[in-house]
Ligand binder design. Structure first.
Ligand code: PEP
Ligand code: MG
Length: 760
């Protein structure tokens, strides 16, 4: 019962036309549901650090928007400072009680307040008050806490999109709006947003100005006519299957499609300036809101029908639009709820300058590809109002993980200067292209490039990579509509091997599953990170594995610079099985081709924590070991590498991760084998210093980072890196370790290579 009420209040709040109305709806419903005399919301204004009364039911309405309390004042301040509910039967007797005469609250004796918290920050306090001297019971307290947790998302969102200046005045529309996310691929860019959305997803259709209103109306009418036809055909088809009353639904649909019904509403929105798809989304949203506040279950059912019709019309509109017609201006910034690697690589990459997404985290697969392409990327921008952003100007500051929408002239000028400085810095790195990676005191380390697309090969070579440390073979697989055949694969692999010959090219066997899906081989699991992925899939499908290995072996004929690497290994048995298959493939290819085929060097990836503790047994079986620190960090810390909510606890500076890495290097060396690392921490100049000090023989990274890392490693003496590492290994806190390393780099004048000092 209470749960129903709770759901209803949340729905009402969600469907309110604006933020102020949402708060007003909330206080009214809470007062009614809890049977109290007062319900109020106080929100903390960041600028003044005071709680402002934003909405009330029961206190003097005149005091709304004017009465405020200092952050530590009164019971509201206490509730916020303690970050916990305060439940009192005799409020005025409490030492913190602060009487606000304007509100007329003196009549109320009992007080229950719950802080409104978002990401550990207090945004405000939700309060109920009552005349009787009585303590609110446990259920009431739980109810208020639950509601305030739900309200926090609404408040945080309103704040982020700028509809909430903590005051009751309407927002100005041309101010710069700032959104915060996580840096996925560093850099800064100024450009225009192009909203990307999966087809047939009505909620993510963006608003776009209708260039030609009549043409948009024409498109809508055609789409509606097609849907009418579709429904009549369905009706016909079902004549013998459904009873007439069951088929009555089709009449309801046709009535909704009548010229005077949905279509005329959509045309109204088109005439107001939105394109047909955007106008359709607006109308469907309006209907959803109207229906959702209805208590009648029958009417709520109709919601599904309207939505279904909306999707049908959208499908026809999108069919008319075609897929290749999308216009990408120069310096397009791709913006979307979620942009997959496949969506990204299908765009005209020469027009793309940056990426911003609502979901995702720094080491999600798309972010890695964006890094390889050198595209500044901010992910995990939870509050981004995607549908409002099409064609707006924005600055993406992927060093700070910030996005500025409609930036002011001042901000634009400032960022243009920073971009210029960045360019000069990068131009200054050219000198490092042909130099060995050797510290001032003579320690050598190899820098390899991570590849996937052909463009990585060109960029890697250009920047003086000494080989390929990780070729992600799943990327060419993603660009196709089916598994590529043996000959097709051979040709692709040959390009990689030839480009770097005689330097080694490390090809990882197909690593799909987890967050890396092939469109034609979907895997649906509750917990994909712990599921069927990497070597687990390819050992279950030896036919896929064998085709790939054979293609690699054939591609390497005459070059002999192939290294094969096995991903997601968790046991010795998997290595033995894979080696057995590779041996078999060598024999087969030798027989077929009639030329001697050498057994390639085979390596194992350290990504699963279990391998850290069995690394000596494993190293014995293979020729080299390479740490996949992205997954190793994810599994050691039990933090999903794609989840924006826990992104701040995903850090390779965690002491446990650093200790694991040191164990791996020492043990692999004890077994007389080389140890490399190819996760993203190898390409961060700051962590690269630690990795070198640990003794890694090679670091493999995206081409974009190669010269920065080389410059840093040629500047920091090995002995100094080692004493820094020794110091770091004594520290038990990731944030402190990070500061220590950055402080050292700053001292050597190298911090600009990690991130520009001069932030906007
Ligand atoms: C890793 O896990 O560190 C790695 C290099 O593999 P991927 O990022 O492709 O999972
Ligand atoms: Mg991995």
């Amino acid at each position: 019962m209470l749960l129903d009420r709770l759901r209803k209040i949340v729905q009402d709040v969600d469907s309110a036309p604006n933020f102020t109305a949402a708060l007003d709806t909330m206080v009214t419903s809470v007062r009614e549901t809890m049977g109290t005399e007062v319900c109020s919301v106080y929100l903390l204004d960041d600028k003044t650090n005071r709680y402002l009364l934003m909405s009330t039911e029961g206190l003097n309405p005149e005091s709304v928007g004017t009465v405020s309390l200092a952050w530590n004042e009164g019971l509201v301040g206490l509730c916020g400072a303690r970050e916990e509910p305060i439940n009192l039967d005799n409020a005025s007797a409490h030492p913190k009680y602060h009487y606000l005469p304007e509100t007329g609250e003196e009549k109320y004796n009992s007080f229950l307040g719950a802080p409104i918290m978002h990401r550990r920050k207090v945004l405000g306090v939700l309060v109920v008050q009552q005349r009787d001297n009585r303590k609110f019971d446990e259920a009431e307290e739980a109810f208020l806490v639950t509601l305030s947790a739900q309200l926090s998302g609404v408040v945080a969102h309103a704040k982020a999109i700028g509809t909430l200046e903590v005051s009751r005045t309407a927002p100005r529309s041309n101010v710069t709006r700032i959104f915060t996310g996580i840096a996925g691929s560093t850099g800064i860019v100024i450009g225009r947003a192009v909203v990307m959305y999966p087809p047939a997803d009505i909620d993510s259709v963006p608003d776009r100005i209708a260039e030609d209103v009549d043409a948009e109306i024409g498109l809508l009418e055609q789409a509606v006519a097609s849907v009418r036809q579709e429904i009549s055909d369905l009706n016909e088809k079902m004549v013998n299957t459904l009873m007439p009353e069951e088929r009555a639904l089709f009449d309801v649909y046709l009535r909704m499609l009548d010229d005077n019904a949905l279509p005329s509403e959509i045309i109204e929105h088109i005439t107001a300036g939105n394109w047909a798809q955007g106008a359709l989304r607006e109308v469907i949203e309006e209907h959803m809101q109207t229906f959702s506040v209805m208590d009648d279950p029958y009417l709520r059912e109709r919601m599904a029908d309207v939505r279904d019709l909306g999707l049908r019309i959208l499908a026809h509109l999108q069919k008319q639009e075609g897929s290749g017609l999308r216009d990408f201006p120069d310096k397009s910034i791709l913006v979307g709820e979620d942009i997959t690697t496949a969506m990204l690589v299908e765009t005209p990459l020469d027009k793309i300058a940056g990426i911003v997404t609502v979901t995702g985290a720094a080491n999600s697969h798309m972010a890695i590809v964006a890094r390889a392409l050198g595209l500044p990327t901010v992910v995990g921008v939870g509050d981004l109002p995607v549908t409002q952003l099409d064609d707006t100007e924005m600055i993406v500051d992927a060093y700070q993980g910030r996005v500025y929408v409609q930036p002011s002239r001042l901000l634009r000028t400032r960022y243009k200067e920073i971009i210029k400085e960045e360019r000069q810095l990068i131009a200054g790195l050219d000198a490092y292209k042909n130099l060995p990676t050797e510290t001032p005191d003579g320690h050598r380390i190899a820098l390899y490039v991570n590849t996937g697309l052909m463009v990585d090969v060109a960029r890697g070579k250009d920047r003086g990579a000494e080989g390929v440390g990780l070729y992600r073979t799943e990327i060419p697989f993603m660009l196709r509509e089916r598994f590529p055949g043996e000959e097709e694969q051979r040709a692709i692999y040959r390009q990689q091997l030839e480009a770097f010959s005689p330097a080694p090219v490390t090809m990882r066997t197909l690593d799909i599953g987890g967050d890396k899906d092939l469109p034609y081989f979907p895997i649906k699991e509750d917990n994909p990170a712990l599921g069927w992925r990497g070597i687990r899939i390819t050992l279950d499908h030896p036919e896929i594995f064998m085709v790939q290995i054979r293609a690699m072996l054939k591609a390497a004929i005459g070059l002999d610079n192939l290294q094969v690497m096995l991903p997601m290994i968790s046991s010795v048995f998997e290595i033995e099985e894979a080696l057995h298959l590779i041996h078999r493939a060598v024999m087969e290819v030798q027989e077929e081709e009639g030329v001697p085929i050498v057994m390639p060097r085979v390596g194992v990836m350290v990504e699963v924590p279990a391998t850290v503790f069995q690394i000596a047994d494993m190293a014995q079986l293979v020729d080299f070991v390479s740490v996949g620190s992205n997954d190793l960090t994810q599994y050691m810390l039990a933090v999903d590498r794609n989840n924006a909510r826990v992104a701040d606890i995903y850090t390779p500076y965690h002491p446990a991760v650093l200790r694991a890495l040191q164990i791996v290097v020492d043990e692999v060396h004890r077994m007389g084998k080389p140890a490399g690392i190819c996760g993203e921490m190898a390409g961060d100049p700051a962590t690269a210093v630690l990795l070198m000090a640990m003794g890694f023989d090679s670091l493999s990274m995206s081409a974009s980072n190669l010269l920065r890392v080389r410059k840093v490693l040629r500047t920091v003496p090995y002995a100094q890196a080692q004493s820094l590492l020794a110091q770091v290994m004594q520290v038990d806190n990731a944030a402190v370790i990070r500061s220590l390393v950055e402080f050292e780099l700053d001292d050597l004048g190298l911090m600009d290579l990690v991130r520009p000092k001069n932030k906007g």
